[in-house]
Design a protein around this ligand. Structure first.
Ligand code: B12
Ligand code: SF4
Length: 354
């Protein structure tokens, strides 16, 4: 039986209350029509080649900007935010210590995809109790969905100059997820204005200068791309700029004044595992493949795989002040079976001896 309008208004309110109960910090509801400017900007971004090797960003035609083409029948998008900031992780100090391995905050705990998808599923089940014939799909990160633009339109925040979605209460330390639904729920009309003003701290702080202009990111230079998405060799001219960041990068968030308002997450899954917030480059570089697989089970680090993990750590070691321990660690990997690893180890050895 389809819901009537008053029922739908009550259901929209209930969805927001259930979202909080399920551990999300905010939910908003929007329609499926994004302003054409988003599609145009995505096309410009692709035409400039900023996606690098992320071919998936160019696939799927218009589906990324048109939810109803991705999932026919979709009428509304429920966009949700889940904060992930772990407790005190002394990230600024770790960034400043060239022998420490810096792993971006979102990747210190368990992989968020499964957690958020499960919660979205639970939310859909609750909605089904009120609207039995609900059709829906749950997404987090991995589907061709313009998540930030939808979240912005649903009232969850504004697009910052670092291209991330910012929120007055939470800064940007949160993940986004969506439920595409076929119910004509009332949409949220309030869209927060930008509060970036004249601030350009993120652009100034970015180590590689990949924020080529406000709101425009050339992923080919972004450390997050270079250490996670790029499968091949890291361009040598960018390696010294990466410092000790071995998986992802948080600098443009650490610089953002709105992140002073972010509150730590109480989700057990987002708390650091395997001392990843407190390990040196040498310690992590010593992991065997079996140790890597065992210690990164269920972790976002798995996305890089062992070879790229060693590649990234070799770059970090090449950037650290030379020491006998670092030379020894690098030499122990100099004959590694992977050409990718060997090439980065040789580079690091050259750095250490020059
Ligand atoms: C591809 C991708 C990346 C790429 C490229 C990033 C990018 N900016 O596109 C790389 C690998 C570099 C990356 C890095 C990170 N990512 Co990422 N990434 C994505 C992904 C899969 C798609 C993003 C996308 O659509 N890019 C396409 C380009 C065209 O979009 P855009 O840069 O945002 O451009 C838009 C605006 O900037 C705007 N715009 C462009 N020009 C102009 C000009 C003006 C004047 C204005 C006003 C606006 C404007 O229009 C564009 C279209 O809407 C999303 C998940 C998803 N499916 O949406 C996650 C996502 C954006 N990533 C996320 C995270 C957490 C990260 C990292 C923080 C991880 C880390 N610590 O290393 C970094 C942050 C780097 C950064 N500053 O963005 C979160 C962000 C949450 C949030 N608070 O916003 C998302 C939403 C994943 C999730 N579900 O939670 N990511
Ligand atoms: S994640 Fe790092 S490299 Fe990428 S835009 Fe932000 S500061 Fe620059």
């Amino acid at each position: 039986m389809p819901c009537s309008s008053p029922d739908l208004a009550a259901l929209a309110l209930a969805i927001k209350a259930w979202s909080l109960e399920l551990g999300f910090q905010q939910a908003g509801i929007t329609g499926v029509d994004l302003p054409a400017i988003h599609e145009a900007r995505l096309q410009q971004w692709l035409a400039a080649g900023y996606q690098g090797d992320m071919d998936y960003m160019a696939a799927h035609g218009h589906k990324r900007t048109r939810p109803a083409e991705l999932v026919p029948g979709t009428l509304r998008v429920v966009s949700l935010r889940m904060d992930y900031l772990p407790g005190e992780t002394r990230m600024a100090q770790r960034l400043a210590d060239p022998e420490a391995a810096y792993i971006s905050r979102y990747a210190l705990g368990r992989d968020y995809h499964k957690l958020i998808r499960n919660r979205l599923q639970k939310l859909a089940e609750r909605i089904r109790l009120q609207a039995a014939d609900l059709g829906y799909r749950a997404f987090v990160d991995s589907a061709p969905v313009l998540e930030k633009a939808l979240a912005e339109q649903a009232g969850l925040g504004w697009t910052g100059k670092n291209t991330l979605l910012l929120n007055r209460q939470a800064g940007s330390w949160f993940f986004l997820g969506e439920l595409f639904v076929d119910l004509p729920l009332p949409v949220d009309q309030v869209r927060p204005p930008s509060h970036c003003g004249q601030c350009s701290a993120c652009l100034e702080r970015c180590p590689t200068g990949d924020l080529v202009a406000p709101y425009q990111l050339d992923a080919r230079r972004c450390i997050s791309y270079l250490t996670i998405e790029l499968k091949g060799s890291i361009p040598p001219e960018l390696r010294p700029l990466i410092g000790n960041r071995v998986f992802g990068c948080d600098d443009c968030q650490l610089a953002c004044p709105w992140n002073r308002f972010a509150r730590p997450s109480s989700e057990a899954d987002f708390q650091p595992r395997q001392a990843l917030d407190n390990s040196s480059l040498i310690q992590l570089f010593a992991w065997s493949e079996a140790e890597f697989l065992e210690r990164t089970a269920g972790s976002p680090l798995r996305r890089a795989g062992y070879e790229r993990w060693l590649r990234n750590l070799a770059v970090g070691l090449g950037n650290a002040p030379p020491s006998a321990a670092i030379l020894q660690a690098l030499q122990a990997r100099a004959e590694h079976p992977s050409a990718l690893v060997r090439e980065h180890v040789y580079w690091a050895l050259q750095q250490s001896s020059s």
